[in-house]
Design a protein around this ligand. Structure first.
Ligand code: UDX
Length: 444
């Protein structure tokens, strides 16, 4: 099939590459000349495990092309995907200017039937707005379809190639058939393509992300309670997660969810609810809990250092909002850095992928270490903000040698309290008892 993907950001690039990989002819369109040039020359512009190999292969085999011209990009396409940014406006609602701008442009250049697909996360009613914008200038036949993505950063290629489900919101049989044919190779395993009306498809994306954010915030509150009641959140998590109705996944407490999706989507759904005079109370609480949770470790740190952080040095492991990405949007680590600097502390950081991005935002106010152990040199405590695999079984001898005090504040519950206590560490985590060493000596 011939496909156009408008927007070569994260979603667009993964979508275009994966469709090319299954034998389609894909042209990606972006207004950013520099980006199009790089991509055309085989230089990938985002970090996503497994993507580069597919990208290079498909560029080489000329199934994946890039252009700045919308007209050239869509000319032969049967399906046009819109994978454009929908940044939150000042009031939290999704800003549709990019999508509607392209829709308007499409109206001026369309010549025959096309399926226009909203791939970006957009509020209910957006497809109708896109339809109206195209119709202003184009009087021929076309369909607007909602086909939300459920990609997780870090495993996006796998999520795309083997989706749990594909949601297609379409109002014509013609569009349903084309979309069904396009996705057939991805659902051979038997996972469903779920057809529905356009509005339901649009809401499905927000409801899915908001539900997952709710699950996390709920567990973060259970963790708070565990700390106060002397229970262990790991046990409670396992105890409830084995009930199929609850499920084991997304029950891990921590220092809050971040990223480009959950915070934005929860906020946008609250906003959409308000617009139709509905107060989505649970989601307001979900946002509140998450804000509080991002700073969960701070009172513990203050208490340990008797409220005097001035001149103390903290080492932070992990900056990305989650492992296997360089994305730092809404990352809890950034909030921690901010608070620690405000309190007069110094901070050194290490992250396997996200250092350059943090440098771009935070600049020289903190130290950037070459590796996870250099980061600890002379620090009063180690703070863990992201659960990268390489932090899970570290060389504790190196940690002890480098740190000034054997103190760890772990926002992702990477270690067993008893084990690190045995090694002489004072160890605070989330929803579990503080581990306090009895003799304070490190045993190798
Ligand atoms: C999410 C959705 O999973 C995906 O379907 C959607 O398309 C985009 O948003 P992503 O933002 O890439 O994907 O990350 P995800 O792996 O879902 O994690 C989101 C956040 O929740 C992270 O900050 C993570 O640390 C946090 N999280 C996740 C927890 O705190 N606890 C958990 O148990 C799971």
């Amino acid at each position: 099939m011939k496909i156009a993907v408008v927007g070569t950001g994260y979603v667009g690039l993964v979508t275009g590459t994966c469709f090319a990989e299954t034998g389609n002819d894909v042209t990606c369109v972006d207004i950013d000349k520099g980006k199009v040039e790089k991509l055309s020359n085989g230089q990938i512009t985002i970090y996503e495990p497994g993507l580069e190999k597919l990208f290079l292969r498909n560029v080489k085999e000329e199934r994946l092309r890039f252009t700045t011209s919308l007209e050239d990009g869509i000319k032969d396409a049967e399906i046009i995907f819109l994978a454009l940014p929908t940044p939150p406006g000042e009031d939290g609602s999704a800003d549709l200017k990019y999508i509607l701008g392209v829709a308007d442009h499409l109206g001026k250049i369309l010549k025959d039937y096309k399926v226009i697909v909203d791939k970006s996360t957009v509020p209910v009613g957006t497809a109708e707005k896109v339809h109206a914008a195209v119709s202003k200038n184009y009087k021929g036949e076309f369909d607007v379809v909602s086909n939300p993505e459920f990609l997780r950063e870090g495993v996006a290629v796998d999520d795309f190639m083997k989706p749990d489900r594909v949601v297609i919101g379409a109002s014509s049989e013609r569009a349903r058939k084309l979309m069904g044919d396009l996705y057939a190779p991805f659902v051979r395993s038997g996972n469903p393509v779920i057809y529905m009306d356009v509005r339901s498809a649009e809401l499905t994306k927000y409801a899915a992300n908001s539900f997952l954010a709710t699950k996390i915030s709920f567990m973060n509150e259970v963790a708070q309670l565990c700390e106060r009641l002397g229970a262990d959140v790991d046990m409670v998590r396992r105890g409830i997660g084995s009930d199929d109705r609850i499920g084991k996944r997304f029950l891990f407490p921590g220092i809050g969810y971040g990223g480009s999706c959950f915070p934005k989507d929860v906020q946008a759904l609250v906003k959409s609810s308000n617009e139709v005079d509905y107060d989505f109370r649970i989601l307001n609480a979900v946002m509140d809990v998450n804000e509080r949770q991002k700073l969960h470790l701070l009172p513990k740190i203050r208490k340990y250092f008797k409220d005097d952080l001035k001149g103390k040095k903290f080492a932070i492991w992990g900056l990305a909002f989650k492992p296997n990405t360089d994305d730092i949007r809404e990352a809890p680590a950034l909030y921690m850095i901010d608070e620690l600097l405000k309190a007069g502390a110094t901070v050194s950081v290490f992250d396997p992928e996200a250092m350059a991005n943090v440098k771009g935002v935070v600049g020289d106010k903190i130290q950037y270490a070459d590796n996870q152990y250099d980061c600890l040199e002379g620090a009063d405590a180690l703070i863990i903000a992201t659960e990268w695999n390489e932090f899970r079984t570290p060389n504790f001898l190196k940690i002890v040698t480098a740190l000034k005090n054997k103190v760890i504040f772990d926002g992702r519950n990477l270690f067993e309290g008893d084990a690190v206590k045995e090694l002489g560490f004072y160890y605070e985590s989330v929803g579990r008892a503080t581990a306090i060493p009895t003799n304070g000596t490190y045993k190798n």
